[in-house]
Each structure stands twice: as structure tokens, then as C-alpha cells.
Design a protein around this ligand. Sequence first.
Ligand code: ZN
Length: 326
Amino acid sequence: MDEFVQTTLAGLVPAQKKGEGPGFRWQWLEQGVIRLTPHSKVTRSLVLSAGIHGNETAPVEILSQVLDALWRGEIVLCWDVLVVLGNPLALQTGKRYQACDLNRMFGGRWEAFEPGTERARAELLEQAVGGFFANSPPVRWHLDMHTAIRGSLHPRFGVLPARNAAWPAAFLQWLEMAGLEALVFHQTPGGTFTHFTAQYYDALSCTMELGKAMPFGQNNLNAFSAARHALEELLGKGPEAVPVVQQPVARCYKVSQQLTRTGEAFILHIPDDTVNFTPFSKGELLAEDGDNKQVVQQETEYVLFPNRLVAPGLRAGLMLAEIPHP
Ligand SMILES: [Zn+2]
């Protein structure tokens, strides 16, 4: 593994906090946060993050491989890049999180949580990203890499935050080049890291779900090669490197309704072993809390991230409706 990832996983602060790489200068900013700035003038900024959930190791390994390639000079960096390992303490312990799910706390939602690892981390990451975007080039992307806990009918997919404007074709095409088979479009703001960068900094942001979570060293990295290759192309050549696809391949969905755990009496009628994108038919009962019942409203809706074990007030699942490719 490259030094930055190694140092972060060991919980160490590097002795040297800035230096020169091939064609760029680097600066260690915080635990798990490093900035790479090319010597040549560039027009684009990228936040590249992984490990927001500490048990999702494959993206951290991909990131490490990409950083290795940068430091070996195999990629001529054409973006100002902020690399973020989201939750170092959770990564060190191999847990999804220490106290609370970090990826529900962004956009200032951390203020409503008890003090703890994730609350402090959400605040710190918001500041780090704000500081980066305040003095980096104005074309902004954010790619946040994850792996899912459960199986999925689309093993690799992207979840895109709510956005008023249309999504540029080059961005969606790059996501497809990275191997994503489905794209899910949120319709309302949320507390994820990508929602934060999209809403506050108008970044083109995507939460990339790249496959199933395994412990460090047990990931079949071949399964992730499309994502790594696409990242290396992107960092070295920019979005222009994306070959123009005549036929978009990804299936597209929008969030049709959210299932929220309303209280202790809340029952989720979706079994624990249900895989992502499982279809449900109009009228099927999805969740209930006393008289309050949530049913499938469209002809067919597809479930994403069902989880009955969330705290009251948090998301117990999303329901999706298929839409044409934008
Ligand atoms: Zn995750």
C-alpha cells in the first residue's frame, strides 16, 4: 500500500507533511486527508474519497493503487485533488462506524448528534472540503467510493444526490465507463457526503457502490479493475478521455419514496436478505407504524438499502422507480 493509506490505517501522523511528487506537490492536511496539486495550471478539482464506512475496504485498496501510480509518475495529474479516507478510526477497527453512520451526518446534520468520533469527523471533513473548494479550480467533481453490505441485482451502481440542473453527459458517461450498471437519482437533499458537496459546492457528485464489502486483503481486486482504470484515465486525461458511447448502458432510477423508521412500533416488511433492486408490485405493504402504512405506489418499485435496524428518524430503505436514461 502507498504511504498515505498505510500511515492513516496505522493512526500515525507523518513526519513530513508536504513534498513533491512527479509533476505535483502534495500536502498532508489532516488524518486521512491529503491534497495533490499539479505544477501545471489545471481547470478542475476533484474530491476522491473512500472509507466513509470503515468496513468497506476495496475502495481504499483501489485508492491506494491509484496513489501508487501517481507517485510512480505513471499518471500525469490534470486535476487539483483532495484525497479523503473518510473514517480512519472505523477503518482501523474494521467497523462500519464507531458510534453513528458518518454518511448520514453531512450538511450540518452532525450538530444533532451526541459528541463522538463521527460527529467530529463530519465537521472536520466539511471544513476540509470547504477549504479545498475555496481555492481550487471551479469545475468540481466528487467521487465517493463504497461497497455494499448486501447482494444486488446490479452489483455496481451509483447514487447521485439531488441536483436542480441536468447532469452533464460526460459525468454520467464516465460513471458508466467505471463499470456502474445502474444510476439512482435522489430527488430531495440528504445527509450523505456527496449530497454535501453537490448542495453546497455545486459539485458533480456520485456515491459509487462498487461491489460487496470484504476484509482487507480478501477483496478480488479484478472485480474492481474497471473502476480503477476509469479513475486512472480520469486523473491523467480528464473527462475528455471518456469514449463517447452511442448506446447508454446503465439502467436509471429515481427515488420514489423513502422508508423512514418512525418509532419503536415501526415494522419493515422487507426481509433482511432482500437484495438491492428487488422489484415490488403496486399495493404491496412495505412498512407500517400503527395506522401509518407505506405501500408501493407505482406499478413497480425497486428497493435499495433496506435496513430495519436503524435508529428512529433514520432511513430504513429507499424505493425506486425506473426512468429513461437522461
Ligand atoms: Zn458505504
